[in-house]
Design a protein around this ligand. Structure first.
Ligand code: MF3
Ligand code: CO
Ligand code: CO
Length: 275
């Protein structure tokens, strides 16, 4: 049975497995954190060019988040020591910043989560580096559409399975594989909380959405099979068949009549190309 709990006090709440229903203060906090997250990805746009090292992008992100009054949630999270995850081409998620440089033709996901006043704003976007082949650009475009179709389903009375199904149907219509091994998640004062937000499922199944719920939707879509494998570094997830993978992520809150996206780009950089 799905359990819901109305968050009444301002105090930090633990991971109980229950789905939290947040009030206006949480929405205001998430709005602020989400805006800094989106601005961080906006800031990055002119830096996403061939030759730049992903560690350099990580430094830019750290500086921008701290200057904006935030702290990167990933720094020190379960032993992770960077301010962002940067996932290139067949890397599905959790790519670790390094001295490796971007090259023309790469498709790159950057995922950031600043904490502002205790609230987590979690978002990721794809960037096209230099000249990207049509096949890869199409994957990025369809993955963005998957995220937005999922968000369209997010309103009171709908079920998580409605969100998942909208994503799965669109991806599979294009013969892409939807990753099962990683999900979206509730968030707020916690980085990863209940519920689990799956990206594959049947309409009408899973937890019902209620006003006050706050969670991410973050589909990972592969040109090939859905299967992933973890590299020896313990973080980097790649497609087993080495096919290209793309992902977009927004943090949203369920309102009385729909949802609010906390991580919309103030610059209007919703999907590439951004020029
Ligand atoms: N930002 C990722 C997410 O969307 C989580 C990254 S955790 C890390 O949930 F430790 F890998 F950075
Ligand atoms: Co997330
Ligand atoms: Co994220």
């Amino acid at each position: 049975m799905t359990e819901y709990v109305t968050v009444t006090s301002d105090a930090p709440e633990g991971r109980t497995g229950a789905i939290k229903l947040h009030g206006p203060a949480a929405f205001a906090g998430m709005h602020k954190a989400g805006r800094l997250a989106a601005e961080t990805l906006d800031m990055l746009t002119p830096h996403m060019v061939p030759g730049v090292a992903t560690a350099e992008l990580d430094r830019l992100i750290y500086d921008f988040i701290v200057a904006g009054g935030g702290v990167p949630a990933t720094l020190g999270y379960r032993g992770y020591t960077h301010s962002t995850c940067i996932s290139i081409n067949h890397v599905v998620c959790h790519g670790i910043p390094s001295e490796k440089t971007l090259k023309s033709g790469d498709i790159v996901n950057v995922d950031v989560t600043p904490i502002v006043d205790g609230w987590h704003g979690d978002t990721s976007r794809m960037y096209l580096i230099g000249d990207v082949p049509l096949k890869a650009r199409r994957l990025v475009e369809v993955t963005y559409e998957c995220l937005m179709l999922g968000i369209e389903q997010a309103r009171p009375g709908a079920h998580m399975g409605d969100v998942a199904n909208a994503i799965q149907r669109h991806a599979e219509k294009h013969r892409y594989g939807v990753v099962r091994d990683f999900c979206g998640h509730g968030l707020g004062r916690l980085f990863h909380d209940a519920p689990e937000v799956v990206h594959v499922g049947k309409p009408g199944t899973g937890p019902e959405l209620r006003p006050g719920m706050i969670f991410t939707i973050e589909p990972m879509i592969n040109i090939g099979r859905p299967d992933v494998k973890l590299l020896d570094d313990g973080w980097t997830a790649v497609t087993r068949d080495r096919s290209l993978s793309a992902q977009f992520e927004h943090s949203i809150g369920i309102t009385e009549d729909g949802c609010e996206i906390f991580t919309l780009s103030p610059a209007g950089f919703h999907q590439p190309p951004f020029s």
